[in-house]
Design a protein around this ligand. Structure first.
Ligand code: PGA
Length: 339
């Protein structure tokens, strides 16, 4: 859960009669329950309008303050927002790669103060991973677009294992992209194996799920997504959900000429995914897992999704191959919702 929602939920948990008011004593207890230091509690109390010997606080006022840019201490957050750039085969030459990484580094340095808490990860093809990890600013992460088999001792021609990816500094692995499901025939069962082995090897997993247009038109979108999610994560222990980001990528919304899923439908799907994780792995797991929207996200439309309660970031394709657009997408996260 985001810091903003966590703080508001803590307030509301004391307001059992739904009055919109919270006593100062309860406000302090609510904030302390978020593991804040006394200094952080004091500063949030005063932002909420608490005065010595004052009366109850209206939490709507506090929410207004948050929405107009008030900042939440890091301790409130269970995770950062996430933006992944899936390059696919978008850059095929080391000179182009070096130039692009130079641009990303430059834009990152220029913008990072205004970006808030965003974890940025680029997902290049295998062959560039080592090179990019050496050149990319260390504040950003590198991830692989695939991992075949992480079983120790599994030695097969052409295989890149999770251990190899770890050794060149990858943090994330993208699994389950529709290109791999629909073009290369990867099944939910195979993905379940890959997810387990990548987690066991210490990598974080960006699991992509998504329905085709035919499935959506037949009214089976949510069932298909839940099936993909639950099968691929069947053996993920509750404690490991902080190392998983689930990317909802409607297949019909990807690529040139496609229309992204509407923000309303995206929120409906993400909230069903969160509820499913909560039911199967418990609420803490559901709060730790980041839910990302993927499919024609760009610098122009990202803010419509960034403010949705169950969107914790994005994976971008085309926009991830332009440093300005990538940073503009990052900038929409953690910003107050546009009025
Ligand atoms: P797109 O691609 O952002 O260019 O639509 C998304 C993806 O396939 O990961």
């Amino acid at each position: 859960m985001r810091g903003r929602e966590r703080v508001i939920a803590a307030f509301k948990s004391w307001d059992t009669k739904n009055t919109g008011l919270i006593s100062q004593e309860h406000l302090a207890a609510a904030l302390k329950s978020l593991d804040l230091t006394q200094g952080e509690v004091d500063s949030l109390m005063s932002a909420a309008g608490a005065e010595p010997n004052g009366g109850p606080i209206e939490y709507a006022r506090f929410v207004d303050w948050l929405d107009s840019g008030g900042s939440i201490p890091n301790a409130c957050k269970e995770y950062k927002f996430f933006v992944g750039a899936n390059w696919k085969c978008g850059l095929e030459d080391v000179i182009e790669v070096d130039e692009f990484i130079g641009k990303i580094n430059e834009k990152w340095m220029a913008k990072r103060e205004s970006l808030g808490d965003v974890e940025v990860c680029v997902f290049p093809p295998y062959v560039f991973l080592d090179r990019i990890r050496r050149k990319l600013n260390r504040e950003m992460q590198v991830g692989s677009q695939n991992a075949w088999d992480a079983a120790s001792g599994f030695k097969c021609t052409g295989v890149v294992s999770a251990a190899m990816l770890k050794s060149v500094g990858c943090k994330w692995v993208l699994l389950g992209h529709s290109d791999r499901r629909n073009v290369l025939g990867e099944t939910n069962e195979l993905l379940a194996e890959k997810v387990k082995r990548c987690l066991d090897s210490g990598l974080c997993v960006n699991l992509t799920i998504g329905e085709t247009l035919a499935v959506r038109e037949a009214g089976n979108a949510i069932n298909t997504l839940l099936e993909q999610l639950t099968t691929a994560t069947a053996s993920v222990p509750a404690d490991d959900w902080g190392r998983i980001a689930v990317a909802y990528e409607p297949v019909w919304a990807i690529g040139e000429g496609a229309t992204p899923c509407s923000p309303e439908e995206t929120q409906r799907v993400h909230s069903a995914l969160r509820a499913c994780i909560s039911e199967r792995a418990g609420e803490p797991a559901a709060k730790k897992c980041r839910l990302l929207y993927t499919g024609s996200v760009n610098e122009k439309n990202a803010s419509q999704y960034a403010s949705l309660p169950d969107v914790d970031g994005f994976v971008v394709g085309r926009a991830g191959l332009d440093a300005d657009k990538l940073m503009a997408v990052c900038q929409t996260l953690g910003q107050p919702a546009a009025q």
